[in-house]
Design a protein around this ligand. Structure first.
Ligand code: SAM
Length: 305
């Protein structure tokens, strides 16, 4: 390409052309002089652009290499701190932990008695949330003993769970058509509802916590609160008012209603750390318009604070 030709060479060529034109007595001097100048400036702009691109690519590669080096270093440090297990050993440890939770862990049921009022789309979303809830329990240091109650094998949700959730039938949890009241004494049950008056203070292994198996798209409000009323059991809400404050946002949107798996993640972290601040800070979704209060909004329920 002309851009790569050193300027002395192009000068020599231009001079050669001029001499031939002189011999032929053709006066095209102005053309000959103007054209190379335009091309020259075009070429040099192209060369500069290419060079800048090249320099940018080199710089990006360099910073990527640096990031990768840091990541490898961090991984090496983490590896040195924690023992390495093969996938098979990890699977066996998880299985044992879940089995142990079935006799000693805190109990949590997802009450699936209200699924008839949900659309197919909501049923699919609930199946996905149950998969995530189970996934979190598998990873937990102190898992819960999980129950899916009021779930019959000919229901849409059961079929959707089998379709969407790999290994659903082998989940280490109790799946039953019975209701939570068939399984537990009413006095031990605490039904979690965003509409409850009482704030949940702690998670007690002698209690049974119930989550309403609902996806909030078109569902009426207070459904799980009414269900708890029908069952005549105690209700409690997450201590959001005690630890969080409203955050200004353009849509002025604030909601304390979470998905079942989000509530479960908060409970798991609370059990692990004894801190509602940490649990809510880690898991309360940012888009819900709340942030942790600089000073706990009411009184603190945290064991660690
Ligand atoms: C998507 S919510 C359902 C909200 C629904 N409108 C209702 O009737 O409660 C699914 C379940 O998560 C639990 N949940 C969600 N947000 C909660 C909160 N702030 N406090 C306690 N439980 C909550 C409740 O058990 C609730 O039934």
């Amino acid at each position: 390409m002309a851009a790569d030709i050193p300027s002395e060479v192009s000068d020599m060529q231009i001079n050669g052309v001029s001499e031939i034109m002189d011999l032929l007595h053709i006066d095209v001097e102005s053309d000959v002089e103007i054209k190379p100048h335009r091309e020259d400036s075009l070429c040099s702009r192209n060369v500069l652009r290419k060079q800048r691109n090249w320099e940018r690519q080199i710089a990006a590669k360099k910073s990527k290499r640096k990031e990768e080096k840091q990541r490898r270093k961090l991984n090496r440090e983490l590896d040195a701190d924690s023992p390495q297990f093969t996938k098979r050993v990890m699977k066996a440890i998880t299985k044992e932990r879940l089995a142990e939770a079935q006799s000693t862990g805190p109990k949590l049921c997802v009450d699936l008695s209200m699924t008839d009022c949900m659309s197919d789309k909501e049923i699919s979303r609930l199946a996905g949330q149950l998969r995530r809830l189970y996934g979190s329990n598998k990873k937990a240091a102190q898992p819960f003993h999980l129950f899916l109650t009021d779930l019959s094998q000919d229901s849409r949700l059961y079929r959707e769970c089998i379709r969407m959730n790999d290994g659903f039938l082998n989940y280490t949890m109790d799946i039953t058509e019975e209701s939570c009241l068939d399984l537990f004494h009413a006095e031990t049950i605490i039904y979690l509802s965003p509409d409850a008056e009482e704030a949940l203070e702690t998670v007690d292994v002698d209690k049974v916590y119930i989550l309403g198996g609902l996806v909030d798209e078109s569902i009426q409000k207070k459904l799980s609160f009414s269900r708890a009323g029908e069952l005549s059991v105690r209700t409690a809400r997450l201590p959001i008012d005690e630890y969080m404050v409203k955050k200004n946002n353009t849509k002025n949107f604030h909601s304390k209603v979470l998905a079942v798996n989000q509530v479960f993640d908060i409970l798991l972290t609370f059990c692990d750390t004894g801190s509602w601040t940490e649990a809510l800070q880690t898991w309360f979704p940012q888009g819900k318009g709340y942030i942790i209060a600089p000073v706990p909004a009411k009184h603190t329920l945290d064991n660690t604070n």
